[in-house]
Design a protein around this ligand. Sequence first.
Ligand code: AMP
Length: 535
Amino acid sequence: MDGLMMDFPLTLDALLRRAETIHGGREVVSRLPDRSWHRTDLGSVAARSKCLAQALQKLGVTDGDRVGTLCWNHFRHLEAYFGIPIGGAVLHTLNLRLSPQELAHIINEAADKVVIVDESLLSVWEAVRPLVAVEHVIVCAETDQVPPGMLNYETLLAECDPATFVQPALREKQAASMCYTSGTAGKSKGVAYSHRAICLHTLAAGLTSSFELYERDCVLPVVPMFHVNAWGLPYVAAMCGAKIVFPGPHLDPQSLVEAITQEQVTVSAGVPTVWISVLKELDQNPGRYDVSTVRKIFIGGSALPGSLIESYESRHDIRLVHAWGMTETTPIGTVSYLRHDQHDDPPTQQSEHRARQGTPVPFVEIRAIREEQQVPWDGRSMGELEVRGPWVAESYYQRPDAADRFSPDGWLRTGDIVSIDPRGVMKIEDRVKDLIKSGGEWISSVDLENALMAHEAVEEAAVIAVPDEKWVERPLAAVVVKSNQAVTAEQLREHLLPRVAKWWIPERFEFVSAIPRTSVGKFNKVALRHQLLDA
Ligand code: AMP
């Protein structure tokens, strides 16, 4: 049929043009390794992104070539987010917390042609370099000096001119970026994001029912830019024209709260462990910081305890918003907001609603499967979450052996065990591999952890399965007690009694000084199991 709409490609150059022409004056602030602040704007970032694309062309980077980034969150990384894809290449963000062997495996599998490395991460890079065959290494440095054989990012850009950059024709279904899942050594799998997926994800993530970002906002992405596109926030902020504040390598709670206070941050995002530490910093230093500008903090990556929602709201008037996603989903899948008829519920009940992972964002569809059947949306029945949508992976990069992670009818099997209520509100009960199967029934370690963290003396809690002769598996709770507080296993059992089913209550409690973290800051249950069970 004729008379139709234009076939306008959903490619990242359109987002960049918008950032440059509509929001060119909006500030982009970065904290440098020496703790000083660097200030630029979206107009300059856009011009320099084109210079980066041109510099890569001069180095022989062409359509589909992979360019790795081993960088903290800062303005040059934002330039790479745009500059690499608009030149037709593929931005491959590298998790700087992986071991040299894991990084080498990922770089070799993705066949990165060029890697952009922060000067402050050169020691990480030196351990990787002998294990990989990268053609060029570009160093983001504050001085002219870079090690022999490497190129200086600023020198390369100074030799380019945005006005003479010739952008190749981009196809919306070509890869713009890629990221590896944060699995253990050798197991992580590559996910490639098309321009189309990122553009649509950016639109959906910017909705009022998602990140709800406005031009007047000031965004602090604490979530690393090497972890699933920093949840898409850099692209959403550039699209909306929000001011961006990048924390650089300074991710300790004190530096984060300083950044919030100084730059008057309104929106931030990160995994729960970060915000547990920030809360401690705020509580221990009443009156030192002004966080009154913060509207919302988006929490995802692992379950957000309802008690954390209540603590932020009651003590600091900050609203935490819970979201769920994965590397395979670009990542936003679901976001949790109160429904129209829940605003008058008592505060504790509201926190309970908001601690769920929420409803799928538009165009993402969910279902829960147990024994090959869809489980009913009754808010109780548990099954493995499957998702589909325009920014959900349909396969892994060069991993035909992982085809079983997709259902025959094309849904992604997430490995998360969930229940879904009649209005499509999803609640993560566990990871398939963390689920505790006791006497043929499932115990949700997430529910136990959240209930434990609601105890005033508990700073952190993680629950794992331990083998049991009678019940096959039983839960074991590892608990970090707040400094200057004390609590016994018996008191914790009493605390749990009204909150969870009686047979869920762990027999064993281990009081530990810290729960091990993964490379992206989540509780590392594999390491915890080794620590507690192997011992
Ligand atoms: P990653 O690909 O490293 O981002 O990990 C994705 C996994 O993190 C998901 O499959 C979940 O198991 C977990 N996850 C992400 N967001 C949440 C959340 N809000 N609550 C509980 N688990 C989550």
